[in-house]
Design a binder for this molecule. Sequence first.
Ligand code: BES
Ligand code: ZN
Length: 443
Amino acid sequence: MTPDLQDLFEFLSFPSVSTDSKHKGDVLACAGWLQEKLDSMGLATEVHETPGHPIVIARNTHRPDKKTVLIYGHYDVQPADPLSLWETPPFSPEIRDGKIWARGATDNKGQMLAHSLGIGKTIAEKGDLPVNIILLFEGEEEIGSPNLAPFLEAHREELACDIIAISDTGMVAPNTGTLGYGLRGVACAEVKITGPARDLHSGLFGGAVANPATAAARLVASLHLPDGTVAIEGFYDDVRPLEAWEREMWAKLPGVSDEDYLKVTGSPATFGEPGFTSTERVSARPTAEVNGIGGGYQGEGSKTVIPAEAFVKFSLRLVPDQEPQTILAQLSAHLKKHCPPGVKLEIEIGHDGKPYASDPHSDFGKAAQRALKRVFPGEPMLIREGGSIPIVQAFRDILGTDTLLLGLALADAQIHSPNENFPIANFEAGIKLNQALLEELAK
Ligand code: BES
Ligand code: ZN
């Protein structure tokens, strides 16, 4: 095994699950390992405690005549369960079929370590980097980065930079350079619908009082028109229209035909807002999703009951120039308006993150494309991601800096799922990409 893979295996062995308090010590130990690794490359490192998990910072000696590049990543991971579905244990990395199998292999340890090791190699080969570097690695991305924006506010000057680079997004097909220039935002909410004081006999009381589960179904049904359009009043008001060049470009992307979507998802048919292709729907159109719905008897057989309560969990994916707070207010108004009579509605607002879009043809965008061309064959693909990294727009709002998304995550990487994997080829390409990127950004 190469020393680089050895490093990745050690990094992947920490169960740094941020959402689970019993792994707090593992997250801390993982941050410590990372600091030591970055230290050994000759970088100056700091571990900043937060009310949650620590933030690891590393930098070279900065010179005023050089550009400053901030590279962001996250060393926390999603929970690994259900464990029984893993072919090999999630925190005992293994190589099979040219891929590294472990929780966090792609999202995000493999990708962020590739950047770190690229930096280590350039320093070892040339004595220094062509840019001033700031590495910022957090341990709370998978729980919505609750402590990172306050950290940026408090350290604005030390974190000032010309450009930010992140590898935590998708690569459209193997060995295909991919530059992401947008991300969807997200806004979460949950409703609780209550009716009778306790579950009731549906024969004795059915017909006399409203059923909370029926009310939940009505609310869910009210969210969309039958054709898939979101029915929340004002929802599309601030949506920035797709540009003609984007539609043209995305039509030529590999791996995004309806057949590809059917294969990756296992769904019997594609479905969504009329007038847009599947790629356009996930990249540049907002959606309203039901993430969970429940209430009433869930056990075997039948139980003739009117449930006392029901719940629905929603997340909305947003695109520029939608504002999460405006959209959440519209959602609340919609739910109140469409809640049927006879029940009580409680709305709880959850976490949110703003959408992001930048110009892939800016000077830094062009530099990123040159770097991708040095590592991958052909012209880089330019995409907007359907997923969210809420801190990216916060970087722009707080530090005033744009972000380049250099994705190395393949569609079958199984991030957040059992059997997450990362091809060795992507890991090695990521190391080279970092070296090429810093050279191109320095120009
Ligand atoms: N790395 C992902 C986001 C991602 C993956 C974007 C692939 C594009 C392509 C990130 O770790 C993630 O899962 N984000 C969450 C954010 C949420 C918790 C606020 C998401 O998108 O659901
Ligand atoms: Zn993730």
